[in-house]
Design a protein around this ligand. Structure first.
Ligand code: BDR
Ligand code: CA
Length: 319
């Protein structure tokens, strides 16, 4: 099993990513760091605990409270129009029994990477602040983490918070800049591919039909989350053909890189401008001169991924 640490800002698609990861047989989740982003850090941690308890994966998963705001900017506040007032589509889940871990995320990441050098896969599906802090705390993470998969960026497609900026990058441009410029090897699962992976109500019909009896609560919750999400997307973006699975795709790519086709590109993070701060600019000139080489994703087998997503949540992934 792959040892995975997930960094979230839970968030509807974060919640789906957590469920998918905890229910994937090929992963062992060493911990989840919940920082500000879609909601504040405390609420992100509480939502994460609720989803961890819903997933009931059979082993302990520590949940840590991450950064409360960007490295140098002021936090712009919760994204309630996309994720609901409580961050999880106003879906009511039982108060968590598990408490958050008191360990600092940087100390935690460093401890795990030093205990299992070359074995930890880190997947970030929120702002890159916690990773930036951890890298400043322990620069050897760059060599000791097995790989880092980041949901973020928009390379050849429009952004989702400005015409050119994706939310996780725009939420803390300086953190993204610091991590990318460190030369740490990253795989960027950007809007280029996540916008192509859409979950629809028809998929949920399948999920409910094939779900093992002990998965019915999960299936019901996913339907409630998606119902909110579909309405929110229709209202705010005019997207009516399903909910993009941004964060679950990043998790899926970490577990199975064959879902995407990749390309090594020089990518620079822009930190300036009212419209451009957080842009991921690929230098596609014959001789690239800015940025660092990242693994970017340009196409995805969306059908295989969605099938797998539904099967994993349903407990039918061996068929
Ligand atoms: C990303 O932004 C967040 O709002 C989502 O959870 C996802 O991680 C998509 O741009
Ligand atoms: Ca997220």
């Amino acid at each position: 099993r792959k040892r995975v640490i997930l960094d979230v800002d839970t968030g509807i698609d974060d919640a789906l990513a957590i469920l998918y990861l905890l229910k994937s047989k090929e992963a062992h989740v060493e911990g989840i760091i919940a920082g500000f982003g879609n909601v504040d850090a405390e609420l992100a941690a509480e939502n994460t605990l609720k989803i961890v308890e819903l997933a009931d994966c059979g082993y302990d998963v520590p949940v840590l409270v991450g950064a409360k705001g960007p490295l140098v900017r002021a936090w712009k506040g919760p994204v309630t129009h996309i994720h609901g007032a409580n961050g999880i589509g106003n879906v009511e889940l039982p108060k968590p029994k598990q408490a958050v871990s008191e360990e600092h995320p940087s100390v935690f990441l460093s401890r795990l990477a030093n205990t299992y050098p070359g074995e930890i896969t880190l997947v970030t599906v929120g702002r890159m602040t916690n990773l930036a802090n951890a890298l400043a705390h322990d620069p050897s993470l760059k060599e000791k983490l097995k790989e880092v998969v980041v949901m973020g960026g928009a390379i050849r497609v429009p952004g989702n918070v400005t015409p050119v900026v994706e939310a996780n990058m725009g939420g803390d441009p300086e953190a993204a800049y610091f991590v990318v410029e460190s030369g740490m090897p990253l795989t960027l699962v950007s809007l280029d591919v996540t916008m192509k992976t859409r979950l629809t109500l028809a998929h949920l019909d399948v999920l409910e039909r094939i779900a093992e009896p002990d998965r019915s609560q999960i299936a019901r919750t996913v339907r409630e989350l998606l119902t909110f999400r579909l309405e929110a997307y229709a209202k705010s973006n005019g997207i009516t053909d399903g909910s993009p699975l941004h964060d679950p795709l990043a998790v899926a790519v970490a577990l199975d890189p064959t879902l995407v086709e990749t390309e090594q590109l020089h990518v620079a993070i822009e930190c300036k401008g009212s419209v451009s701060a957080g842009a991921t600019i690929a230098d596609m000139r014959a001789v690239p001169r800015v940025g660092k080489v990242l693994t970017t994703c340009h196409s995805v087998d969306a059908e295989r991924f969605i099938k797998r997503f539904v099967a994993v949540l349903a407990g039918r992934d061996e068929e």
